[in-house]
Design a protein around this ligand. Structure first.
Ligand code: NAD
Length: 244
């Protein structure tokens, strides 16, 4: 079995939250990682931050090529860059619908297109997309965000079908509410952040928020050669929210 430590990963959105935890988990397992983000952070041993915007095909192509050049190829792509939206179906104007779908859905298509020439040369090509509990539970005030994450789930299935014959696996993660800077920003906007945190925690049968490290461990499994028989799947990391 090929060791994870020989692999190279690209993580979009790796500058914060879940993407940063995935980057750390991959580094801890010895893989080298290129972080593609608007704010990619600082370089370190085995870690190459590259400024890139998932709404800009050219910036993704250049950043992906820079990672492949630095580390000698790419085996894994994690699509974690994403943005939120709050409101019912009539709550966001056309510009906001286009902006969120452009980042959360088209961004995955662009980053994948940029990475595929390298993944096709790998013996262990794997893609992990960040969907959400919002894809399969009716969350209130999340119409646009839920639509974008439902699309990520469907896109994952279609990509998996197209790429299985080339030995590239495609899966997605569907986290519940994860304690990241994104969620902390949302909490800070409410009148009573601690009460809102307790409400979100109570929604998950485990009674607490998911940690970014728990999502990262699931990403490391799906990306690893040990998951060689798993493709076209969505793995819930949601404190039991969708299953119980
Ligand atoms: P976060 O805001 O902490 O991190 C998101 C990262 O994406 C940031 O570093 C940001 O700079 C980057 N990003 C945003 N737009 C970008 C663009 N156009 N180009 C490049 N990078 C861009 O958010 P998070 O909570 O870590 O969420 C990461 C992913 O996980 C998202 O796709 C989100 O939808 C998904 N998710 C989050 C939760 C949660 O509760 N936090 C739950 C389910 C799914």
């Amino acid at each position: 079995m090929t060791s994870f430590s020989t692999l190279v990963a690209v993580v979009t959105g790796g500058g914060s939250g879940i993407g940063a935890a995935i980057t750390a988990a991959f580094r801890a397992r010895g893989a080298r990682v290129g972080v593609l983000d608007l704010h990619p952070g600082d370089p370190a041993d085995g870690l190459l931050p590259v400024t890139a915007d998932v709404t800009d095909r050219g910036s993704l192509e250049a950043a992906t090529a820079a990672v492949a050049e630095a580390f000698g190829g790419i085996d894994i792509l994690v699509n974690s860059a994403g943005i939120g939206a709050v409101g019912p179906v009539e709550g966001n104007d056309d510009a906001e619908w286009h902006r969120v779908l452009d980042v959360n859905v088209v961004g995955i298509a662009r980053a994948t297109t940029a990475a595929l020439p390298y993944l096709r040369r790998s013996r262990h090509g794997a893609i992990v997309n960040l969907s959400s509990i919002a894809a399969n539970a009716g969350l209130v005030q999340r119409a646009l965000y839920s639509a974008s994450k439902g699309a990520v789930h469907s896109l994952t299935l279609a990509m998996a079908a197209d790429l299985v014959g080339e030995g590239i696996r495609v899966n997605c993660l569907a986290p519940g509410t994860v304690d990241t800077p994104w969620v902390q920003r949302l909490l800070a906007r409410t009148g009573d952040p601690e009460a809102e945190r307790a409400r979100l925690a109570a929604r998950q049968p485990t009674g607490r928020l998911v940690t970014a490290d728990e999502v990262a461990a699931a990403a490391a499994y799906l990306a690893s050669p040990e998951a060689g028989a798993t493709t076209g799947m969505s793995l819930a990391v949601d404190g039991g929210m969708s299953g119980l």
